[in-house]
Design a protein around this ligand. Sequence first.
Ligand SMILES: [Mn+2]
Length: 439
Amino acid sequence: MGFPGTPARWREPIVFYLMVERGPGVSRSRGFSRPRKGAGRYLVILEVVTLAGIRIVHAADFHAGRPAPAYLGEEKGRLRREELVKALQTTVDVAKSESVHLLLISGDLFEHTYSRVGMIREMFALFERIPATRVFISPGNHDPYVDGSFYATLKMPDNVHVFKERTITRVILDDPGVVVHGLGWTKFEETARLLSGYRCPDGEYPNVLVVHGDFVRDSTGSSYLPIFPEDIEGSGADYVALGHIHVRTEFQCGTATCVYPGSPEPLDFGEVGEHGVYLVELGKGSVKTKFVPTAKRKMHRVSCDITGADTLEKVCAAILSVGEPSERKGGLWEVTLTGVADPEIDLDLDEIKRAISNEFFYVKLVLDVVPDYNVAAIASSNVQGLESRFVRAIMEEREQAKAAANEARVRLLEKALYFGLDAMKLKRVVHRGIVRDSE
Ligand SMILES: [Mn+2]
């Protein structure tokens, strides 16, 4: 074999391959080429072959098919629903561009109750785009392997393995050298500790465990397949690919690295922060993880101080100072208005929302402002007047509740104070601090 770009007298190069690490994932041949007799000089090349471990994309909790929250309305709801399905395509794209050996899906890929066969068929077909990647699916509580499940009725591409049994089974892959263990939910509720007592056989290949369940640290258990720390510590797994918790979490349990990748798309307001999938590089006794954000939209939960804003226009301007314009236009926001507000200003949330909603993909407003009443001054002025007597009565009760450390009653009385003052001064009750935009 000639060597391009080298002088002719430098015949065949001698290539030394230096192995820097032994382990799975070796794809290069090793050794060196022998010079042929009669050749003149030789170019000696030292090639360092770094051995990458087993490359994995780990994802869970897509919840494809789930109805969008009603507050999004019809058009945005439909769009959002499509985006949940599309998240699988994005995940497969990551698996393809990273040329991973394994794609692990730890349950709740779709919602059994709400999914249609056409949608699921399209989703399963996506796995055909990555024929060199082995796909492992561990059904969860929303997509259990029950009678009539799409996992049971539709044909899967050849590179996909679905764990359909309630007990752990394993698949040994000599190329790239890994053992994948997993189980599947076979009903919609699971209180048994299905991992308890399982032990991966010792061998030269690293062990991966794929399961959808609830990691619990106390003895209260869970109806979502409780997993106790000792279940994992005793398992001998190197990487535990979990699903069920929608906000990503990574933790160590004995020698095992455990990851909840979270839902690739956030599903509701509790699920703030980045969402995506995990890229994992695994060797025997070594695990490297990297989070890859893939979510199309983000959930934001912020508060906005409107103290000093004495017109609706100023209130709107304050709200529009949250985030960057692109974050507002693409994101789902929950904005809580806080601070001290002029009691005369009409904080009509519907009107405010109409004025600003074009600037957000979706915005939900929550009022948590304190009206700017000078309570002490009202209590001491015109002592026989209704307002003054009302304030003093409430304040007295508030002191008693405070002395009894009854926080809930203190808050209730403060609310009553402002409701009462509003009713007397403004002739109406203002719903401050009450969520009016139902989820
Ligand atoms: Mn889930």
